[in-house]
Write a protein that binds this ligand. Sequence first.
Ligand SMILES: Cc1ncc(COP(=O)(O)O)c(C=O)c1O
Length: 392
Amino acid sequence: MTFFDNDSVRLDLLRQRAYNYRWAVHPTDVIPLTAADPDFAVAPQITEALVRHATDGYHSYGPPRGLPEFREAIADWYTRTKLSPTDAAHVLPVNSAAGGLFIAARAILGPGDNAIIPDPVDFLFRRSIEAAGGTVRTCPLPEDSAEFDLDALTSLIDDRTRAIFICNPHNPRGRMLSAAHLRALLTLAERHGLWLISDEIWADISYTTPFVSVLDRALPVYPKTIVVSGLSKNFALAAMRIGYLIARTAEITTQLFEASQHASTAAGIPVLSQVAGTAALTSCDAWLGDFREHLAARRAQTLAFIAQMPFLAPVDTNATYLAFPRLVGVQDSAESFVARVLAESRVALVPGGRDWFEAGSEGHLRICFATSEEILKVAFDRITCALPKLAI
Ligand SMILES: Cc1ncc(COP(=O)(O)O)c(C=O)c1O
């Protein structure tokens, strides 16, 4: 048995624990290919570290800026695996990448400010900017790309624009930004004095070409760059609510720390989560390599399925465990089409639409393929069998 075969998927536990549109919120006959959360248990090294720490029985307050060993592990992870030399003093552990986006937005935006985000993109981008009192400006991405049209982007900038948010690799499109595009964005941001906020939570899930971070050593160093990331996607640790921010200077790290409210102890990241995170980043490279190998095969399986479906336009991806095909010849909204797929095939998918991935995502659906080969096959077979009833 490997960590990623069918027998390793514990449906009994997932049905109790996997919320957020997944197994625990559906009847038992439904297969959810919904929220981006793997169907697999974490690496044994993470479980061992958690058990060791919990067995000692001490759960005292942790340091407001995060455990030093976790900050070191994050800095080393970026330095080692992303070729992005990172100082632990510029790292702030936070309780999830979602929380990191909210903290970054709060640190840099005030009422009346605006920030530019891609369309489509995960709803967390809009929510974090609006929660900080800012206004969102969406920049439509060209079809099948995660990169902005730079002229369209520039035309959105005015004297109240403070930031450009990017998602790299991109959820939902499953594509990465090139080094050349990142270089152009850094230059543009510097020319207009804007912050560049890069959500890189998907950075460890790439296939055909290596991921390039905005902090890559070959790119210009621009102080107003902030990376947001987490361990839900690469190490399956969503329940731990664990993430981090990386800044370029000590002053900006302090600005983020103040916006985080960690000093008050009303907010912060549980020590046990940081113990899990430290184990993940220091001792689970082999597990992650196997996970990526498994996902590469599931990506091929998913893209082949999409290519055969008459109601889906073929797509290509090079990162994430998501695919986001366009609906072809479907009259109803993505939301009602996905509801019909669920009713007819008992497979749950995520619809495009403004509330999920901005307005430009209407007419698409998202498939998460971080499950076993067999579960994916059953789900795809069921949709194929339901085709006549989907009446396209
Ligand atoms: C781009 C992006 N950012 C942030 C998150 C949230 O991650 P976390 O579980 O760390 O809050 C997700 C989850 O799907 C995501 O896709």
